[in-house]
Design a protein around this ligand. Structure first.
Ligand code: SF4
Length: 677
């Protein structure tokens, strides 16, 4: 159980702010308050247009889908009407970074510029907040502080203990120097599984509960998509009453929603999660010792042992497998074990429910019940509902169900909340067509608007489609791409992203690059997986001439403005791998239902992903550079035209010499826009 919002209170209505005062034209225009407040503000007509449409959608409580090309200034274009409207607004973002930026920078700035103070709250997932109960529980067993007085050498846990005495928010991002990857996070934060919720002795001081209460009382709340979807899908990590009180929900980076919603509306059971429940049960019983004679320790341990034995048998049955298996492939290996596991978890749940006067055991009963329900759902679903699969892990497995069609459920959920729903991103349409995005979410009735980027792509950038490269499935393809990459990177003097579609290609390419030795050693090579993503990006920006190799997570959501990034090389077209059983299952499902899987699923998904990858290059009016797409299918297959039509209107060439010349010319004389040809 989660700590619920402690005392939601009655919400005051807010009056609209701008009755007859400033209109959006004044605000976004020359001499307006935004220009006065922001030294680098540029008047952009598309930004005002977007703001007007958002204002109308909020006033009319409409569903609206807006693609705003890079450089539109979409954040201000929704923040200004949101603040002016007097509406209670929930803003959902794709990343914690954007959440923090909105909270700490953009919202205060716009509020100040408009003279429109608003109560703003940021709400993150529970894994960001200190759990006072777990900190206190662990304290007896914690090691002593490190025996050193050197500054900065204090153990992370010591720093957290000191900070815990004074923090108001409990947001661990405040702890200086605490790395995201530090294992201490797991020790001092809660999961929905181990949180005691209403039974917690620390509930009145619980940071998760306090953050939720602050959010309930705020005019503008910034959440992330995981929290929003957990709430919509009625998963326990949702935030309760917040959606019910919103007049408008604005989803930024909305292109992520269909895939995320598919995960949230599905079901997943991992052996690790089961083993953690069993370990917590065992730990609790040990701590209780023989103190409570009424506790049926032996029965509980027997029931837990039966679950453990089943998990161990399933793990052994999957030994030697590493790739995800379709359900039909896994069934002969697992036999009736999934049903047995469900039955044994059910039996354990019942026994735990018999001990509900013991708070930790009652919480364990809820965790077990949830696992049982998820297993039931996965076991009972059929091939029409979704793709069932088994992912073998080093010591365990994950069973999952990904529904094929979430549109009816998503549509019903948002229709049940009659507020404005505004979806925005730089990548939602293909050409003028939003159908792929809207149909996945059941938003066919929503109004759509496409706002083109104000950047001059034709002058600022060149799309290079090399000729003569081997087909992507050829064993020669990667080495040919890397030979070409080297030429281009030398012409650009570094400042390059090389984007791959698989970790295997990325690792091979990094090996080829390093084997080349001295000539390339002058460029700092940053490889995804060798350091955290944010650290790689910081190093890339700071270096100015670095080369970064990345896969999926660098194709989107990465913003490198300025000439640190002047070349993007795309290894091959980002079609989802048909080796992935989930992709295979979706294709089979579409074909069985009479659709054309390539046209209706694989091609639009690849086109949107390619548009994202290409979109990394030009991030401001001053940026320039080349995008090279090293996949000959763009020129030789009919669908190449569809993919190219989705890209910004860049100049194009098939000649390497022209791409090299473009890079050399601009690197030698960067980047005053007036000076471009
Ligand atoms: S302090 Fe208690 S209620 Fe709050 S997160 Fe921790 S266990 Fe849950």
């Amino acid at each position: 159980m989660n700590p619920g919002p402690a005392g939601a209170g009655v919400r005051r209505p807010r009056a609209p702010y701008n009755d007859g005062m400033l209109d959006l034209e004044d605000i976004f225009g020359a001499g307006g308050p935004l220009e006065a407040a922001l030294p680098d503000f540029t008047v952009r007509e598309p930004q005002r247009r977007m703001a007007e449409r958002v204002a109308a959608a909020i006033a009319g409580r409409e569903a609206l889908v807006i693609e705003a090309g890079t450089g539109t200034g979409k954040t201000f274009a929704y923040l200004v009407p949101a603040l002016l409207s007097g509406a209670r607004v929930l803003i959902s973002t794709g990343t914690r970074t954007l959440q923090d930026q909105l909270y700490a920078k953009d919202l205060p700035l716009v509020a100040r510029a408009l003279g429109r103070p608003a109560t703003v709250a940021v709400l993150k997932g529970r894994s960001n907040y200190l759990c006072r109960y777990r900190l206190a529980q662990g304290e007896a067993a914690l090691p002593l502080p490190l025996p050193t007085g050197m500054p900065g050498a204090e153990a992370p846990l010591e720093r957290i203990r000191g900070w815990a005495l004074t923090t108001r928010t409990g947001d661990l991002a405040e702890v200086a120097g605490l790395a995201d990857s530090d294992p201490v996070w797991a020790e001092v934060t809660s999961t929905r599984d181990n949180c005691l919720g209403a039974r917690c002795p620390e509930l009145s001081r619980c940071h998760v509960a306090l953050a939720r209460r602050a959010a309930i009382e705020a005019d503008v709340v910034i959440v992330n998509h995981h929290l929003l979807l957990a709430d919509l899908a009625l998963k326990e990590d949702g935030f309760g009453d917040l959606l019910g009180a919103a007049d408008a929900v604005i989803l930024d980076e909305a292109h992520q929603i269909p895939d995320l919603a598919t995960q949230f509306f599905g079901a997943e059971v991992g052996s690790r999660r089961i083993e953690t429940v069993l370990a917590d049960l065992e730990g609790h019983l040990k701590r209780r010792g023989g103190a409570d004679q009424a506790l049926p320790q032996r029965t509980l341990l027997e029931a837990a042992g039966a679950v453990h034995a089943c998990v161990a048998r399933m793990t052994r049955a999957l030994e030697g497998r590493s790739t995800r298996l379709e359900w039909a492939e896994a069934e002969p290996l697992l036999g009736s074990d999934v049903a047995t596991l469900r039955a044994r978890l059910g039996a354990l749940t019942e026994r735990l429910r018999g001990c509900e006067t013991d708070a930790p055991l009652a919480a364990l009963a809820e965790r077990c019940a949830e696992l049982t329900a998820s297993l039931e759902r996965i076991g009972a679903s059929d091939s029409l509902e979704g793709a069932r699969s088994v992912q073998p892990l080093r010591r365990g497995f994950t069973l999952s169900l990904m529904p094929f069609d979430i549109a009816p459920r998503f549509q019903a959920l948002i229709q049940a909340r009659p507020c404005a729903w505004i979806f925005t991103s730089a990548t939602l349409s293909l050409g003028e067509d939003f159908g792929h995005f809207t149909s996945r979410l059941g938003l066919a009735e929503a109004d759509t608007l496409k706002i083109d980027s104000p950047f001059d792509f034709e002058r600022q950038s060149l799309l290079f489609l090399p000729e003569g490269l081997p087909e992507p499935q050829s064993p020669e393809h990667l080495s040919a791409v890397m030979r070409l990459a080297r030429e281009l990177i030398e012409a650009a003097d570094g400042g390059a992203f090389v984007l791959f579609t698989s970790h295997r290609s990325l690792a091979r390419a990094a090996a080829l690059w390093r084997a080349a030795g001295a000539p390339l050693a002058r460029y700092r090579l940053l490889v995804q997986g060798e350091a955290p993503r944010e650290r790689l990006l910081q190093a890339f920006r700071a270096d100015g001439n670095a080369v970064l190799f990345g896969t999926a997570s660098f194709w989107e959501g990465v913003d490198v403005k300025g000439d640190a990034l002047r070349l993007v090389i795309i290894e091959k077209l980002p079609f989802a791998s048909p080796e992935d059983p989930l992709v295979r299952a979706r294709i089979a499902h579409l074909e069985a239902s009479g659709a054309n899987a390539f046209r209706d699923y694989q091609l639009p998904e690849a086109a949107l992903a390619l548009k994202q990858g290409v979109g990394r290059l030009i991030r401001s009016e001053q940026d320039f550079g080349v995008v090279a797409i090293c996949d000959p299918r763009l020129g030789t297959r009919g669908y190449g035209k569809v993919l190219l039509a989705a890209l910004p209107p860049m100049s194009r060439t098939r000649r390497e010499a022209q791409a090299v010349e473009f890079l050399r010319r601009h690197v030698a004389a960067p980047p005053a826009l007036e000076a471009l040809p």
